[in-house]
Design a protein around this ligand. Structure first.
Ligand SMILES: [Mg+2]
Length: 277
C-alpha cells in the first residue's frame, strides 16, 4: 500500500470507530502558535472550537504538553468550554494532570534538584556569554530559551554541552527542542504519558498531533501500539526544523492553523457520519 493509501486507511478506522479513539495533542506549535513570549502562546480559537465538537464524538481528547498543567489550561482557555467536559490535560509530560470533568489538578511535589539548577544556571549562562537567554521556571523543570537571542542556533549550540553536563551532575536530563533546552527528571516523556492514558481509557486507536522533538516519544509510542495491533494515525504540525517527525507522520499540515483546519475537517466528517445514521 502507498503511504497515502495507508494514511487513508488509518483515518478511515478513526471515522468508523470514533468512540474507541483517543486523540492526543501537543500544545505549543500544534494548538498554539510559537511566539517570542511563551506566556502569550494562546491556543488557536478555531482549534479549541473543533476540539469542543470532537469532545462529543471521540472517546478521549487529551492535551499532552511539557507545560505545567495549570499554564496549558489557562493559555488553552479550556475551562468551562461546552463540549470539552471530558478533556484531559497532561502537563509536564504527564506528571501533572487536569480533568475538565472535575476541574481538579493533580500536581505532585517538585523534584529537589530544580532549586539547585535554578541557582546554577544564570551564572553558567553569563560565563558562556549567553546571559540574555530567557530562563523559564516550570517547577519540575528549568527551561533555557534561545529563540529571542540574536543568533538562536549558535546560542543553542553553545549551551547544549554545558547544560547537559550540569543536568548530569544533578541526575537530570536535557530534553532538546526548537531553540529550547529543558532540564528535567529522566524517565518522563510524552510516550510514557500517552501510554498511561491509552491503558487507562482502553482506547483501540490513537491519533497523535505534534510538532517538535519532544513529541517524538509519542510518535514512537503510536508506532509501537500499531505493532501491538491497535490503530494509530500521526499528524505533524510542520515546522521546517523538524524532519524527524514529518518522516513518521501520516499527515503533515502547516502549523497550528493547519492543525485547526485538520481538526475541523475531522469533526465535519464525524458529524456527517453520525447524522447519516
Ligand atoms: Mg510543540
Amino acid at each position: 500500500m502507498t503511504s497515502d493509501a495507508l494514511a487513508q486507511t488509518r483515518l478511515q478506522a478513526v471515522l468508523e470507530h470514533p468512540g474507541e479513539t483517543l486523540v492526543g495533542i501537543d500544545f505549543d506549535g500544534t494548538l498554539a502558535p510559537i511566539v517570542a513570549d511563551p506566556e502569550q502562546a494562546h491556543a488557536d480559537p478555531r482549534a479549541v472550537a473543533a476540539l469542543a465538537r470532537l469532545g462529543n464524538l471521540l472517546g478521549t481528547v487529551a492535551i499532552v504538553t511539557g507545560r505545567p498543567a495549570r499554564t496549558a489550561v489557562r493559555l488553552g482557555g479550556f475551562r468551562g468550554v461546552p463540549g470539552l467536559g471530558h478533556l484531559v490535560v497532561l502537563g509536564q509530560y504527564g506528571v501533572e494532570r487536569w480533568d475538565a470533568a472535575t476541574d481538579e489538578f493533580v500536581i505532585p511535589p517538585d523534584p529537589g534538584q530544580v532549586a539547585a539548577l535554578e541557582q546554577e544556571i544564570p551564572p553558567l549562562l553569563d560565563r558562556l556569554g549567553q546571559g540574555a537567554a530567557h530562563v523559564e521556571h516550570k517547577g519540575r523543570a528549568v527551561v533555557v530559551h534561545t529563540r529571542q537571542l540574536p543568533d538562536p542556533d549558535a546560542s543553542y549550540a553553545a549551551l547544549s554541552g554545558p547544560l547537559n553536563d550540569l543536568a548530569e551532575r544533578h541526575e537530570m536530563v536535557v530534553e532538546p527542542g526548537k531553540n529550547v533546552l529543558e532540564i528535567r527528571s529522566p524517565g518522563i516523556d510524552k510516550g510514557v504519558a500517552l501510554r498511561a492514558i491509552v491503558e487507562e481509557t482502553g482506547a483501540r486507536q490513537v491519533v497523535f498531533v505534534g510538532d517538535d522533538l519532544g513529541d517524538l516519544p509519542a510518535f514512537r509510542l503510536v508506532e509501537q501500539l500499531r505493532r501491538e495491533g491497535r490503530g494509530g494515525l500521526l499528524v505533524c504540525s510542520a515546522s521546517h526544523e523538524e524532519d524527524a517527525l514529518s518522516v513518521l507522520a501520516d499527515v503533515v499540515v502547516e502549523g497550528p492553523s493547519g492543525v485547526a483546519t485538520w481538526l475541523e475537517q475531522l469533526a465535519d466528517a464525524l458529524e456527517t457520519r453520525r447524522d447519516a445514521r
